[in-house]
Design a protein around this ligand. Structure first.
Ligand code: ADP
Ligand code: MG
Length: 682
């Protein structure tokens, strides 16, 4: 970065020590930071027609004050000033909070312009901006910045203006001319001025377009640079197997692979053959058949002379996977072993010894697999299922076992493409986007709380045919106690309803893992017909006889999570049902429930979820690891994101990018991040 721009803020006119400190509180330390402190939105003062304004939209309207303002004080400093405003031939209300001093300005019949939020139901604008007279602002829109302490938006604008006039000449272009020409992008210097002081909308659009592309391109260059680095600096193993033997195994499966399964198997195998270490994400909706893909590629690693490991988040899942893999592998003389915390003493010692001697081909287990005492003879492939459940560190420890094994992460949480190429930009991604033939869709209904009795009668009809049901209660994160109470109450209600006709079990997060397993076993043995549970059943559990799911307070869940839950039914041949009880208050909430009833496609749901909730909420705050963009929006600008991704891929592989003079500045942004000293982003 240019040295001049790296200077401290007190080089600027109008910034004394106190202001400097305040700005530093806002993470603005240098002139560069100030110039790059982008508005978070633009206030829109364009006049709008009331008929086309949606509920809760921000608007500016012009009208005549129709009656004397009414002013109400409440509390010490708080007030509400209300007027009736005639806008064309509509009479609406306008409310100003805590601005009692405006009263004297608002004479009846005065023409005014107000800006604020429109409440369609109450026909009211809550105004935050008033202008006496017609809408005659020099500009009908204005940048708005996030400010703190004594810094005001107006003040900040002044500082930025000073910084621009003193230092504009120092702002460097980071794109080569060829790129600017190709996409007709504004130069950086010009775009920067426009972002802060736009003359008109078209100009602003162009400036924004430049920065959106810049942010995405830089991010993609960093991610893909990291991937390239990891690939080339992690010595992997070249795993070669006998194709005919692998084909024989695939032919022995109880069903033909779907074409999506074949495609991902090929992608994975190709990676395993390469001398680089595989770092691949396998995405596939619930029930799309990831397990059998895992089996095929595990077999390939064995054919190549290595061992494989499959790591899953719970013991129940480990057992289920061990059982189904054993069935597939047995005819081929392959030894599978299950390692969980309940394998103890002599059995454990024996198992570990066999593993080290290479007598075990595939080890299946929970995080018990990554303990230090677990040693492989020659680990070639590590697969983790439902990778969201594992921390980054656990994943790394496993990867580091053995001599650079290939790694495959499997997840059933369909991640929208936009997010996948952003968050997992440093991984290769394979997607199973097709369901095995003949799969019945789960009929999904949305019901209100007051329909419970009818729903339970519906459930009973299923139970009377020998089927089983899940009943899911939401997790209210703030209070585990409440969660539990919730589930306990529901359990009591259902036990009361079904009397002795059916057994109702209760499972929740407070149970000991052994108790959970025992409860789950009772359910899968059909000793319990109805299982009331908090979301602990979410992942992977397989009880094909369960055909009915009831979800309480469904509006509390993300769409993808609901979809995961729903995937617990519809695992057998019978038609399955899912009823969502929800009373959503907002239009978005209603939309979410509606879409659940309309599609069984996890990818469609996740795209919708992303659109409705925004990227920040998608993975949940804690584990998000989401990159933050100042200008770009992953949802709305995703086309640009794809363009940038493709461009970055070409650049990263081209010698011109690494050596060419015209790429000097752009290259610096990529190499300065520490990526190439081997530091990892995750
Ligand atoms: P998931 O991707 O959710 O882990 P599974 O691997 O558990 O899905 O597969 C779900 C079910 O579909 C299993 O019963 C499995 O045997 C079956 N299945 C997998 N692939 C196919 C296929 N190509 N044709 C028919 N059934 C399949
Ligand atoms: Mg699975």
């Amino acid at each position: 970065m240019n040295e001049q721009l790296n200077k401290s803020l007190d080089k600027l006119k109008g910034i004394g020590p106190e202001t400097k400190k305040q700005l530093e509180e806002m993470n603005i330390d240098t002139i560069y930071d100030l110039l790059e402190y982008f508005p978070y939105r633009y206030e829109d003062y364009r006049l709008r027609n009331l008929e086309e304004i949606k509920h809760e939209e921000k608007v500016t309207v012009e009208g005549k004050v129709h009656s004397e303002p009414s002013l109400v004080f409440y509390g010490k400093k708080r007030s509400r000033l209300t007027i009736k405003l005639l806008v064309e031939n509509y009479l609406i209300s306008v409310v100003f909070f805590n601005q009692h001093y405006l009263k004297s300005k608002l004479a009846v019949n005065e023409l005014i312009t107000v800006t604020g939020k429109w409440d369609q139901h109450r026909q009211t604008i809550t105004a935050n901006h008033l202008q006496i007279g017609s809408n005659q602002k020099a500009q009908d829109f204005e940048p708005v910045y996030t400010v703190k302490g004594s810094i005001t938006v107006k003040g900040l604008r002044k500082f930025i203006s000073n910084a621009l006039s003193q230092y504009e000449g120092e702002v460097e272009e980071i794109f080569p001319d060829s790129l600017l020409t190709k996409y007709r992008l504004l130069r950086r210097k010009e775009a920067l001025r426009i972002i802060h002081f736009p003359k008109d909308r078209e100009e602003l659009k162009q400036a924004r377009r430049r920065f959106v592309y810049e942010e995405f391109l830089l991010f993609q260059l960093k991610m893909q640079g990291l991937r390239k680095y990891e690939r080339e600096h992690s010595k992997g193993i070249s795993q070669n197997h006998d194709v005919n033997q692998l084909r024989a195994f695939i032919d022995s499966l109880p069903f033909p692979l779907t074409s999506a399964q074949k495609r991902v198997v090929n992608e994975i195998i190709k990676d395993m053959k390469s001398p680089y270490r595989m770092n691949r994400l396998l995405q596939g909706d619930v029930g799309s058949g990831k397990t059998v893909v895992a089996a095929v590629v595990l077999y390939a690693t064995i054919l190549a002379g290595f061992q494989g490991a499959l790591m899953v988040p719970t013991e129940i899942l480990a057992e289920q996977h061990a059982e189904s893999l054993q069935k597939l592998f047995e005819p081929f003389g392959i030894t599978c072993a299950l390692l969980t915390s309940s394998v103890k003493g002599k059995r454990r010692r024996e198992l570990l010894a066999h593993l080290k001697e290479g007598k075990i081909d595939v080890l299946i287990g929970t995080h018990a697999l990554i303990q230090e005492e677990v040693e492989f003879k020659a680990l070639g492939l590590v697969i983790t299922d439902e990778q969201h459940r594992f921390g980054v560190n656990q994943r790394r420890v496993l990867r580091e076992k053995g001599t650079n094994p290939d790694v495959l992460f499997m997840t059933a949480t369909p991640i929208p493409r936009t997010l996948a190429i952003t968050v997992f930009g440093e991984m290769d991604v394979s997607i199973i986007d097709e369901m095995p033939a003949g799969r019945k869709t789960i009929e999904t209904y949305w019901a209100k709380h007051d329909m419970l009795t009818r729903i339970l009668q519906f459930m009973e009809k299923e139970l009377s045919q020998g089927r089983q049901s899940y009943v899911i209660c939401p997790l209210i994160e703030e209070s585990e106690k409440l969660d539990l109470q919730n589930a306990v109450d529901v359990h009591a209600t259902l036990s009361q309803f079904f009397q002795n006709r059916y057994q109702v079990g209760l499972m929740h997060g407070k149970l000991h893992p052994d108790e959970k397993d025992a409860m789950m076993k009772q359910f899968s043995d059909n000793k319990i017909q109805v299982l009331v549970s908090t979301t602990v059943v979410e992942v992977g559990v397989n009880v094909p006889n369960a055909t009915f799911m009831l979800v309480y307070d469904a509006e509390r869940f993300g769409l993808s999570q609901l979809h995961q839950l729903r995937g617990r039914v519809g695992r057998g041949d019978a038609q399955s049902y899912c009823v969502l009880i929800a009373d959503p208050k907002t239009d978005v909430g209603k939309e979410r429930m509606k879409i659940m009833t309309e599609t069984n496609d996890g990818f469609v749901l996740s795209e919708k979820d992303l659109e409705l909730r925004g990227p920040g909420d998608f993975f949940g705050k804690k584990q998000s690891g989401m990159p933050e963009f100042k200008m770009a929006d992953m949802v709305h600008d995703y086309r640009t994101l794809e363009t940038a991704r493709n461009d970055a891929a070409v650049l990263i592989d081209s010698p011109v990018f690494w050596e060419g003079e015209e790429y000097k500045n752009l290259r610096k942004y990529v190499t300065d991040t520490g990526v190439f000293s081997g530091e990892k982003l995750d």
